[in-house]
Design a protein around this ligand. Structure first.
Ligand SMILES: Cc1cc2nc3c(=O)[nH]c(=O)nc-3n(C[C@H](O)[C@H](O)[C@H](O)COP(=O)(O)OP(=O)(O)OC[C@H]3O[C@@H](n4cnc5c(N)ncnc54)[C@H](O)[C@@H]3O)c2cc1C
Length: 587
């Protein structure tokens, strides 16, 4: 069988907001660009983003990029790299106005400016009054952005490989990344896509937890591909649990619902956030609100027959506001719970939402590998952006509205750096057959027939292990047990088979390889969490309850080889302004 080979200047794996923003920048500069996506581009997870994208436009209340920067550093529990945060917050207004020109139908204020709502952790004057910084297209902002970017890419003639699954990176013996081996999910045919540069934009790994807000496709494929190529993953212990997932189901009720004035209550009807965050109340940072809900339930003040959730009350907003500003939320609540928020409060509980950690990059989207005693070295030809990457602008806790911003700012920045790289690297490097063969072997391994456990129950078990052993509150003992169980599962996954060799065979192969990727991401998360002996942002240790800046103001790095942990310093110096030194985080 001859193997199909295609060549491009730039290859982008992932057609979410990060991938499409990067592709557009490259196509508009007349680079030959291909985008590979395992789902049809407009079904990428970005489509589900509800509340909006942050930018200090000051359309509703006074605002400045510097206040935005302060909030992001504080929200990150001081683990975010301040040079990258400064860059992102400064660039925010520009990328939002670009979106407006690409055709994103933002909601409008009466005088015609872009509507902005309040989100958690936002402030004016460095921590004083609440700000309103989140630019919204009702509660369907991601949908509006993704469709506009896709249409712009069609116009710019970006080449799409729709419903192709990227298996692994191709890397030569000098460390240059040369593209990927993928396969066409429809026909099952493998393909080699060679490129002078490869950008991983494959999104997060939320599916490692049983209850989550993520698309089924968020299986951390790009992160696992990087691990297998010898790149460690950064800060994987920091997983955001969103406070208001629909109880027992996980679907998201946007923070925008609290931004519009909704509040949380316990079984006594008490607005309990007033006790945990006297100033910001329901709009405190997400880690703070999630912990507060978990404590209310643990201390017996939960609602419902099993007292296992709290309630989000929107009734006082009135039917008009709910139908105009939060129509999608009302629909989700009515569809999945049969609860109309105009008439009754919505049962909510924290649910896994976002991966703060990922593939380590610099501000230009270059994947960087820390080398002892030397500056971080870029992996030649390899870039990452979006939720798959760790720049790191979110540190230990991401603020709502900052992820859509991250994917746009750093998707664009990576593309600009790729254009520079292409000027100096005009030729394709020779293909490395050994690396291609390794990826093909990974695909072929799932054609094996015979006895063995099936994929789906193993996937369910993995997600349950992570939920039970690495959730909102963590201890060494419970996590250690989780690591042992994951090691056992890894062996069972190695011996698993695809039972159903019928018509759905290719999608079964996708699910099998996703399971391997989930396994690597889950292991990275729990091993990193076990290593960090402090509580910071979303990482809450019951056996190490305080933040410990002396020992732990540093990024973690997990490598696949022997599950080894390493650490690197936080970049605390911004470029043009003074650093925000660590302080106690009070909302
Ligand atoms: C319900 C929900 C609401 C949210 N609301 C907001 C919000 O209001 N504001 C905000 O800032 N953030 C929000 N977020 C977070 C934000 O939406 C995501 O972090 C962001 O959209 C991720 O974009 P991305 O481009 O990195 O990845 P994604 O949009 O997840 O795209 C990943 C792409 O990679 C492709 N891919 C993955 N693996 C492979 C593979 N092996 N081969 C080929 N292709 C592959 C997929 O097909 C897809 O095209 C929300 C998240 C959720 C879950």
């Amino acid at each position: 069988m001859t193997l199909t080979t295609r060549k491009f200047d730039a290859l982008i794996v992932g057609a979410g907001g990060a991938g499409l923003r990067a592709a557009l920048q490259l196509s508009n500069a007349e680079a030959r660009v291909a985008v590979v996506s395992k789902v049809f581009p407009t079904r990428s997870h970005t489509v589900a983003a509800q509340g909006g994208v942050n930018a200090a436009l000051a359309n509703v209340l006074p605002d400045s990029w510097h206040w935005h920067m302060f909030d992001t550093v504080k929200g990150s529990d001081y683990l975010g790299d301040q040079d990258a945060i400064e860059y992102m917050c400064r660039a925010a207004p520009k990328v939002v106005y670009e979106l407006e020109h690409f055709g994103v139908p933002f909601s409008r204020l009466e005088e015609g400016n872009i509507y902005q709502r309040a989100f958690g952790g936002q402030s004016q004057h460095f921590g004083k009054e609440q700000a309103a910084r989140t630019c919204a297209a009702a509660d369907r902002t991601g949908h509006a952005i993704l469709h506009s970017l896709y249409q712009q890419n069609l116009r710019a003639q970006t080449h799409f490989f729709d419903e192709y699954f990227a298996i692994d990176l191709i890397k030569d013996e000098t460390g240059h990344v040369l593209g990927v081996v993928a396969f066409d999910i429809l026909s099952g045919e493998p393909i080699v896509i060679e490129a002078k540069t490869t950008l991983i934009a494959t999104g997060g790994a939320g599916q490692i937890f049983r209850t989550n807000t993520n698309a089924l496709s968020n299986t951390g494929d790009g992160m696992a591909m990087a691990l297998r190529a010898g790149v460690p993953l950064e800060d994987m212990e920091f997983v955001q649990f969103h406070p208001t997932g629909i109880a027992g189901r996980g679907m998201l009720i946007t923070e925008g619902a609290r931004g519009e004035g909704g509040f949380l209550i316990n079984d006594q009807g008490e607005r309990f956030m007033e006790r945990y965050a006297p100033n910001a109340k329901d709009l405190a940072s997400r880690d703070v609100v999630s912990r507060a809900i978990a404590i209310e339930v643990r201390e017996g003040r939960g609602c419902g027959r099993n007292k296992d959730h709290t309630l989000l009350d929107l009734r006082h907003l009135g039917a008009d506001t709910i139908m105009k500003k939060l129509p999608g939320i009302r629909e989700v609540s009515m569809t999945f719970l049969g609860v109309d928020p105009i008439e009754a409060p919505i049962p909510v509980f924290p649910t896994c939402h976002y991966s703060m950690g990922g593939i380590p990059t610099n501000r230009d989207g270059q994947v960087v590998v820390p080398v002892k005693d030397t500056p971080e070295d870029p992996v030649p030809g390899l870039y990452a952006a979006g939720e798959a990457a760790c720049v790191s602008v979110h540190g230990a806790n991401r603020l709502g509205g900052n992820s859509l911003l991250d994917i746009l700012v750093f998707g664009r920045a990576a593309a600009n750096h790729i254009l520079d790289f292409l000027k100096d690297n005009r030729q394709h490097r020779p293909l490395h057959q050994e690396s291609v063969d390794q990826a093909l072997a990974r695909l072929a391994r799932w054609d094996r027939k015979g006895e063995g456990e099936a994929v789906e129950p193993l996937r369910r078990e993995l997600r349950k292990v992570m939920e039970d052993h690495c959730g909102v509150f963590r201890t060494a003992e419970v996590m250690q047990e989780g690591v042992t169980r994951l090691h056992e599962l890894r062996e069972r996954i190695d011996n698993a088979v695809i039972r159903d060799h019928s018509r759905t065979f290719n999608t079964a192969r996708v699910e099998a390889m996703e399971l391997e990727n989930l396994m690597d991401c889950a292991m990275a998360t729990i091993v990193s969490a076990l290593g960090r002996e402090e509580s910071r942002g979303a990482h809450s240790r019951m056996d190490f309850t305080d933040r410990d800046d002396e020992r732990w103001l540093r990024h973690s790095l997990y490598s696949l080889q022997d599950d080894a942990m390493d650490y690197k310093p936080v970049r605390t110096q911004p470029v043009t302004v003074e650093s925000f030194p660590p302080k106690e985080r009070v909302y």
